[in-house]
Design a protein around this ligand. Structure first.
Ligand code: UGA
Length: 436
């Protein structure tokens, strides 16, 4: 099918390339001139495993093109996917849906034939209903310009894999024609056995925020347990292993550490709390505020623990491993690693960071921090080493070699994945979070 993808950031660029891979003809729409130039040249403006190869291949093969013209988009596509960002508003917890509104408002006047516009962005419940009205009102096709909501569940680091073989497809519709169009579009994926949930707009919108809220709750739950473990001499990793064997609970997303970050979980739960308030059901969502608070407290707690380890933060040398919000990503949006590094720096510590991929993005966000070219260099003469993003590369570093490089062999493992016994055997003092 001939489809368009409006907004080629993380979600859009991945969706565009993955759908080209599935055999569709794709036109991506991007208004940012720098991003557009890079995508047109077949280059991905961020790091995501497998994406550069996929996108480059389909741009070269001609199945994937990019434009900044809504007129061209309307003329080209049978289906239009809206993948623009919905960041947190600067003045409140709410999500800013301006980009979604702009996309619909600018596209609609060019829609002269029957078409389906599909929202993939994460939006406050009620947005789709409003956008459907806008679409009918503004497009010459009128009631033949249909809207569907089809949330995306891809994870950074696995974005290509998640797009090509999702674990479910959720379709929110108000018209059977839109459902049929999406079933035809996803036919290969559906035939491969992917479950499909067809529902109304509101449920489709809620599925996305409910999923992210649940994941965030799991993480904050285990991080709260980590604090209790510290107070009792118990071990949170053993605890997570043991409760995780219960299939009703599951071990995934029970990794205690410095907490969750990124462009999705933090802002999605805040926007959900805000929306619940508008809907008069704030009390039902109070726990999500606590999920956010527990998450924030983890970061603050780490700053306090580091202060205790070095004695005096002012002038202390701190080597930091990791700046990205998680491994296999160069994304530093709301990264707990960078937040901690930044706070330590602001309190007078001399912080040196190394991230295998995110030094560049981190330096843009936090130019006053110092960045090293290697894991070992970040630790030279350090009073403490902080392991804050669990890149596999950090597990390869020899604790005994590193002991010769630092001033004091002290490690804080903020992700609880290093081999603490091996580090202790090499003479290090090791702190985890919630560890015995
Ligand atoms: C998240 C969801 O997992 C995706 O399903 C969703 O599509 C996406 O948001 C989105 O809304 O677009 P992502 O932000 O890529 O995906 O990252 P996650 O893998 O969920 O990790 C989020 C954060 O939680 C990271 O900072 C990670 O380090 C942290 N985390 C994760 C933990 O601290 N402990 C865990 O056990 C798992």
């Amino acid at each position: 099918m001939r489809i368009t993808v409006i907004g080629c950031g993380y979600l859009g660029a991945t969706h565009a390339a993955a759908m080209a891979e599935l055999g569709h003809e794709v036109l991506g729409m991007e208004t940012d001139p720098a991003k557009l130039a890079s995508l047109t040249a077949g280059e991905v403006p961020m790091f995501e495993p497998g994406l550069a190869d996929l996108l480059g291949r389909h741009v070269a093969g001609g199945r994937l093109r990019f434009t900044d013209s809504y007129e061209e988009v309307a003329a080209f596509g049978e289906l239009h996917f809206v993948c623009v960002g919905t960041p947190q508003r600067p003045e409140s917890l709410a999500a800013d849906v301006t980009q979604v509104e702009t996309a619909i408002t600018r596209l609609a006047p060019h829609l002269t034939r029957p078409t389906v516009v599909i929202g993939k962005s994460t939006v406050p419940v009620g947005t789709a209903e409003r956008m459907a009205g806008l679409l009918t009102e503004l497009s010459p096709a009128g009631a033949d310009a249909l809207l569907a909501w089809n949330p995306e569940f891809l994870r950074e680091g696995y974005a290509v894999e998640d797009s090509m073989s999702p674990d479910r497809i959720v379709i929110g519709v108000a018209d059977d024609r839109a459902e049929k169009a999406l079933r035809d579009f996803y036919a290969t994926v559906i035939d491969a056995g992917t479950p499909v949930v067809v529902t109304d707009y509101a449920t489709a919108e809620l599925v996305k925020v409910a999923a992210n809220s649940f994941l965030a709750t799991k993480i904050s739950f285990i991080n709260a347990m980590a604090e209790v473990c510290e107070a009792t001499g118990a071990d949170v990793v053993d605890l997570a292993d043991a409760i995780g064997y219960d299939a009703r609970i599951g071990r995934r997303f029970l990794q205690a550490g410095i907490g969750f970050g990124g462009g999705c979980l933090p802002k999605d739960i805040r926007a959900f709390v805000h929306r619940a308030g508008e809907l008069g059901v704030e009390d039902a969502m109070t726990f999500l505020r606590q999920v956010d608070d527990i998450n924030q407290r983890q970061r603050e707690r780490v700053v306090g623990i580091v202060a205790g380890m070095v004695g005096e933060l002012a002038g202390a040398r701190i080597g930091v491993w990791g700046a990205a919000f998680k491994p296999d990503s160069d994304d530093v949006r709301d990264s707990p690693a960078l937040w901690i590094a930044g706070q330590l720096h602001l309190r007078g510590a001399r912080v040196r960071i190394y991230d295998p991929r995110a030094n560049g993005t981190a330096a843009v966000a936090f130019p006053t921090l110092s960045y090293a070219d290697s894991a070992v260099e970040a630790c030279r003469d350090a009073d403490v080493v902080l392991h804050l993003t669990e890149w596999p590369e950090f597990r390869e570093v020899s604790p005994s070699d590193l002991a010769d490089v630092v001033a004091r062999p002290q490690l804080l493992d903020g992700r609880n994945v290093l081999d603490h016994d091996a580090w202790r055997s090499a003479g290090w003092t090791v702190r985890g979070l919630g560890r015995r």
